[in-house]
Design a protein around this ligand. Structure first.
Ligand SMILES: NC(=O)c1ccc[n+]([C@@H]2O[C@H](COP(=O)([O-])OP(=O)(O)OC[C@H]3O[C@@H](n4cnc5c(N)ncnc54)[C@H](OP(=O)(O)O)[C@@H]3O)[C@@H](O)[C@H]2O)c1
Length: 167
């Protein structure tokens, strides 16, 4: 099983504010759905609460140090138990979907990264740790333009990149 991480971040590595996303990029959401469908998703309790429900066509694994329970999700107190659960169910690619604490804690386990670099800077209270790309190979890149409506940015420009850890 490979461990992948999928995240969208701003120019200052910002990823969230008040347990919400900082932008709405519908193409990025579609992309997220396509990439993660059929897979096990591993997330922190706060990210699950921000989403509010298990995502369809995927298996949600939620990490909490408490006794968190929610219909339709599998909860774990321990990272290794969660990873083993997915492995034992035959998962080939597990996705870490956040948030900040989980990306940081699990970064050393990550084999592949699906990154959306968003042309945004602003207030945030959740950040991704700066990534050193020197040990990663860029496997894929696609650039997206901003969507402007009535002279305002409806959706910022972003670059989608896939990185694979060098052996
Ligand atoms: N831009 C993006 O792509 C993206 C993606 C996802 C999330 N986000 C943003 O990220 C922010 C949330 O990040 P966050 O760091 O505050 O919360 P989080 O990582 O989603 O969840 C943190 C919680 O996970 C549990 N946890 C963390 N490490 C654990 C461990 N080793 N073992 C067991 N449980 C563990 C704890 O739950 P308990 O408190 O229950 O013990 C902890 O409070 C939000 O703003 C959200 O919108 C952004």
């Amino acid at each position: 099983m490979i461990v992948s991480m999928i995240v969208a971040y701003g120019k200052n590595w910002e990823i969230g504010l008040n347990n919400q996303m900082l932008w709405h990029i519908s193409e990025d959401f579609k992309n997220f759905k396509t990439i993660t469908s059929g897979h096990h998703l591993l997330m922190g309790r706060k990210t699950f609460e921000s989403i509010g429900k298990p995502l369809p066509n995927r298996t949600s694994l939620v990490l909490s140090n408490g006794d968190f329970e929610h219909e339709g999700v599998h909860s774990f107190n321990d990272i290794h138990e969660a990873l083993n659960f997915a492995r034992q169910r035959g998962e080939e690619e597990l996705f870490i979907i956040g948030g900040a604490t989980i990306y940081k804690t699990l970064f050393d386990y990550v084999d592949k990264m699906y990154l959306s670099e968003v042309d945004y800077s602003g207030e945030a209270d959740a950040y991704l740790e700066e990534i050193d790309f020197s040990t990663w190979d860029l496997a894929q890149q696609k650039d997206y333009e901003a969507i402007i409506e009535d002279g305002k940015i409806k959706s910022p420009a972003w670059k989608f990149k896939v990185w694979v850890k060098r052996d």
